[in-house]
Design a protein. Structure first.
Length: 401
């Protein structure tokens, strides 16, 4: 396969283009620029891959379970803020609702007082008309009070409405985004609350859950049988496509089915072609189950608009990783994917504009460098080298000094 990125027909889905994080654990001041539909974070253990992944999980949980619960899950605010720092934790993303829309910047700053974590500052800005004029804030809140401009396309000259939130730990976007009068704010809220962040393992995929179809795989993959049941009932042609793809990856695999047991639980069974009877999924290989689980996510008929996958190489056979990378590339036409990895086999199938190298600087803070911007990489790839091989040969070690 070519090292260069395969071009795909991208439909109109939201895309994150930029991320900045300050004072979030080892992310003292991190920027990811020009984020692509498929972006991969490559780094050694402890380089900060999981921390960046957790930024997205944290932001999504601030919307779903609330700021203070999201903070408490991570060991309270003192464990979340960069050690030695007294400044606010800041998360800022720039995204586009579709390829023709104006970029929108979302800025969230949180801090702590004697009552717990609170929202210090929150704003949304954009440059109306895509390319002309200065960006302006159409939502601007400080300490629970602020102003917002309503309407389909907020204009700087429009009336600003004063608003006050009922508690200091409430996010303005999460509250006002539930109102039809704020469609741009509502779109961001729906985008963030719909993120899917995967922490699945082969072991959890062996579960025997209660019967009943479920549209989407859980973050741990413990409802894989339910998703197979749903696909069998509602999208049999899609399930057939998944199984054909899986059969190409796993030789001799013939059939995957979900069977309801007398006690009401679902039993996932897998049949190999040479044998007359299928076996229970708990006896299948880790590679088979994990690849099946990932395919149900990547082939979702109504995929999440942002998918995060952490270290897919765990318990997956190395020869399956290039194929999984190709499935991710194809899926990125309909969603945005971010994958953390330290596997050269996965990275070998990617282009340099898709991969960030992560490392710790002399102070222990995480830094990121896109491989296409590293001197000599483009020329080496044009000469036939692959990114994963360069990674294994410590070619990027100079960047980390």
């Amino acid at each position: 396969m070519s090292n260069q990125t395969q071009k795909t027909s991208v439909r109109n889905v939201p895309r994150i283009e930029y991320l900045r994080v300050k004072n979030f654990r080892a992310l003292k001041d991190l920027e990811l620029k020009n984020i692509k539909p498929l972006t991969v974070l490559l780094g050694q253990n402890g380089s900060g891959k999981s921390t960046i992944f957790d930024v997205f999980a944290f932001l999504a949980e601030c919307f779903s379970i609330g700021l203070r619960k999201a903070v408490d899950k991570r060991g309270k605010f003192r464990e979340l803020r960069t050690r030695g720092s007294s400044e606010s934790i800041v998360i800022e993303i720039r995204y586009k609702e579709n390829k023709n829309s104006s970029p929108i910047n979302y800025h969230l700053a949180i801090d702590e007082n004697e009552k717990g974590a609170y929202v210090k500052e929150e704003w949304l800005s954009w440059r109306r008309g895509r390319q002309y004029g200065q960006p302006f804030k159409f939502l601007n809140f400080n300490l629970g009070r602020g102003q917002v401009i309503s309407g389909e396309e907020p204009d700087e000259s429009a009336q600003r409405i004063d608003e006050a939130l009922s508690a200091p730990d409430i996010l303005a976007v999460n509250t006002l985004g539930q109102l039809a009068s704020h469609p741009r704010i509502s779109a961001l809220r729906q985008f963030i609350t719909g993120w899917y962040l995967s922490y699945l393992t082969a072991e959890t995929s062996r579960n025997q859950p209660d019967a009943g179809p479920q549209e989407r795989l859980s973050v741990t993959g413990d409802n894989l049988a339910n998703v197979i049941q749903y696909l069998k009932e509602q999208h049999p042609e899609l399930l057939e496509k998944i199984l054909k793809t899986l059969s190409r990856r796993i030789p001799h695999l013939e059939k995957v089915e979900a069977e309801t047991m007398p006690d009401g639980r679902l039993l996932l069974r897998i049949k190999d072609a040479p044998f007359a009877e299928p076996i229970q999924a708990k006896y299948a290989s880790d590679g088979t189950l994990k690849m099946l689980a990932y395919l149900t996510v990547l082939y979702d008929p109504n995929p999440p608009q942002f998918i995060g996958v952490e270290e897919p190489e765990n318990h997956l056979y190395p020869h399956l990783l290039p194929e999984l990378a190709e499935e991710c590339r194809t899926a990125s036409a309909n969603t945005q994917l971010m994958v953390s990895t330290h596997s050269p086999f996965f990275v070998n199938s990617l282009g340099p504009e898709q991969v960030f190298i992560l490392y710790r600087d002399s102070k222990g803070y995480t830094k990121a460098e896109k491989t296409i911007e590293i001197q000599g990489v483009k020329e080496m790839l044009e000469a036939g080298a692959k990114l994963g091989d360069l990674w294994m040969e410590n070619y990027f070690s100079e960047v980390q000094k």
